[in-house]
Design a protein around this ligand. Structure first.
Ligand code: SF4
Ligand code: SF3
Length: 543
């Protein structure tokens, strides 16, 4: 048995992981993930029909979102959890099949009916990405599915806060079902771009859920040093987990720190009231093996990115939501949606306080509401020539050496440029002290990767203020770092908005076949990042 996975930027040889994931995902876990996606495609065949009839329910929509999310890179390594999701999915599929009343020749995914768990393993081959033999069809189908996975993660975070959108769930069904059909290239490309449209909708849904619950992010200096109390470190993207952890730790003598993508929680008014919310510890996800060790206290992973757990902290790492790791304690929500973090808190009290690894502050909180409040200042700076260009450097960080490109671009961009960022890509340059332009920091951090939505809102506002026909007429360049599938969702959102000339790095995705890459180049002028100086010169010249 061999696996095949090429969904992330670290795919082996920029081609595909075939024996074990570079991320640490074992071949059997990859197989169960493929089978789960296969089950979701089967559900979608019926779900699409039910959506057409106005009979699709949030429950099945949410299940598909969670299933997609669970298979994102570095979200969940727990095979047992995948087996449970597969069997739950099979039950949902049977229910929907009855309701949908479809007949005739149905796709294999819709009619697959295993009699026991051993049959799941027998299905690894039919569920494999490689079961689609034509490499261009495979490429377009997988581009679509990876974009969906990213949007699904955002949809699930929004659902946790009570915001759901049946049309978004309906699109998951339509899109997944489309991968079971023989479509023309044009139809598949159209579906990929439609995923971009729903990516914007998904990010907007989550933005609304986050800001209506916790307020609008505001300019904030975040402490990156430590205090003397024991602490709990929280990582990932789920703000409801953040809120519950903060309220449950209040008055216990245990401090709370963010890691990686949870850093933007520091920018929300609702969390600032907690004195024991101390700041951020460490950097992007891939440094967790060292930083979780030196943190000394319990760690809560609320989504991706968890990496294979080291002995140094294996007894103090917890997962929740769709995150999971074999042997790590998983905290489930109760029927009321609330979670009990008392085990982490009691453990924290027995732990040493965090070892300091750096000191100082970083500034962030430039989501749409805050930047629009500064709009006059920004517009004046553009008009006066003090700001020559905005460079969006959002996305993901990762281990690959070539990612130093993004640090070098940040360092070498002319001083009259502003970097707009979101996602964990920012850790490549957010501690460089790049200064400000008339009080506007040169690095504007909007927040998590989903807050790329804010960057879009800001860009559309600038387009309106300057009376331009297209976003492409703004002094704005895109130099995006990608790693996992949420970055694919963000990329598709930008393509849907008609953004041209995006640079993508550190490498172009392995899942783009030469012909599909050519479609993206011909229609959107997408390019791989290149030489730092040449790229900067080209961007400054508007290319
Ligand atoms: Fe390889 Fe990335 Fe897939 Fe992990 S998620 S198996 S590193 S392609
Ligand atoms: Fe980072 Fe994983 Fe993608 Fe949310 S946490 S951006 S890599």
């Amino acid at each position: 048995m061999s696996m095949f996975c090429y969904q992330c930027q670290e795919a082996a040889g920029n081609s595909g992981c075939k024996i074990k994931g570079v991320c640490g995902k074992p071949d059997t876990t990859a197989g169960y993930q493929d089978v789960l996606i296969y089950v979701l495609k089967g559900i979608a065949v019926y779900g699409e029909e039910l959506q057409k009839k106005g009979k699709l329910g949030n429950r099945e929509g949410r299940f598909v979102a969670e299933g997609l999310f669970a298979t994102i890179t570095n979200a969940n390594f727990d095979e047992e959890r995948f087996k449970e999701l597969i069997s739950e999915g099979l039950k949902i599929k049977t229910e929907l099949a009855e309701k949908a009343g479809l007949s005739g020749d149905l796709p294999g995914a819709a009619v697959w009916n295993p009699s026991n768990e051993a049959d799941y393993i027998n299905a690894f081959e039919i569920a494999s990405v490689l079961a689609t033999e034509n490499e261009d069809v495979r490429s377009l189908r997988e581009l679509l599915i990876y974009g969906l996975k990213g949007v699904a993660a955002y949809a699930d975070h929004a659902a946790v806060l009570g915001s759901e959108n049946i049309d978004l769930y309906g699109f998951f069904m339509e899109a997944l079902a489309s991968t079971t059909k023989d479509l023309s290239v044009d139809e598949m490309v159209a579906m990929v771009l439609k995923a971009g449209e729903f990516s914007v909708a998904g990010m907007a849904l989550l933005d609304g859920a986050n800001t209506s619950t916790y307020g609008n992010p505001e300019i904030t200096s975040v402490n990156i040093g430590v205090q003397g109390n024991p602490g709990i470190l929280i990582s990932g993207h789920d703000l409801k987990d953040m809120e519950q952890l903060l309220s449950q730790t209040e008055g216990t003598g245990v401090d709370v720190y963010t890691h990686s993508e949870m850093l933007p929680a520091n920018y929300y008014p609702a969390f600032k009231k907690y004195d024991h919310f101390v700041g951020n510890y460490g950097n992007a996800w891939w440094k967790q093996d060292k930083e979780f060790a030196s943190f000394n206290g319990p760690i809560l992973m609320t989504t991706n990115c968890i990496v294979p757990v080291k002995d140094a902290y294996k007894d103090r790492i917890f997962t929740t939501g769709m995150a999971g790791y074999p042997g790590a304690k998983h905290i489930e929500a109760g029927t009321d949606g609330n979670k009990d973090f008392s085990e982490l808190i009691e453990l924290a009290k027995t732990c040493a306080s965090p070892t300091e690894i750096e000191t100082g502050e970083i500034v962030g909180g430039f989501a749409h509401n805050q930047v629009l409040a500064l709009a006059d200042k920004v517009v004046d700076a553009v008009k006066s020539g003090a700001i020559k260009r905005f460079v969006v450097m959002a996305g993901c960080d990762g281990r690959q050496k070539g990612r130093s490109y993004f640090t070098e671009v940040a360092e070498e961009l002319p001083k009259d440029t502003i970097i707009m960022t979101a996602g964990c890509a920012k850790y490549r340059y957010n501690k460089l002290n790049l200064g400000d332009i008339g009080g506007i920091p040169r690095v504007l951090d909007a927040g998590q990767c989903n807050d790329s939505y804010s960057l879009v809102v800001i860009a559309l506002k600038l387009q309106e203020v300057f009376g331009l026909d297209s976003l492409n007429d703004l002094p704005l360049s895109f130099d995006i770092a990608w790693y996992e599938q949420k970055a694919v969702a963000v990329l598709l959102a930008l393509l849907h908005l008609g953004v041209k000339g995006i640079r993508l790095g550190p490498t172009l995705p392995a899942f783009l076949s030469p012909a599909v890459a050519k479609v993206l180049v011909d229609n959107f002028n997408i390019k791989a990042v290149g030489d730092v100086k040449e790229d900067i010169a080209a961007m400054m010249a508007g290319n």
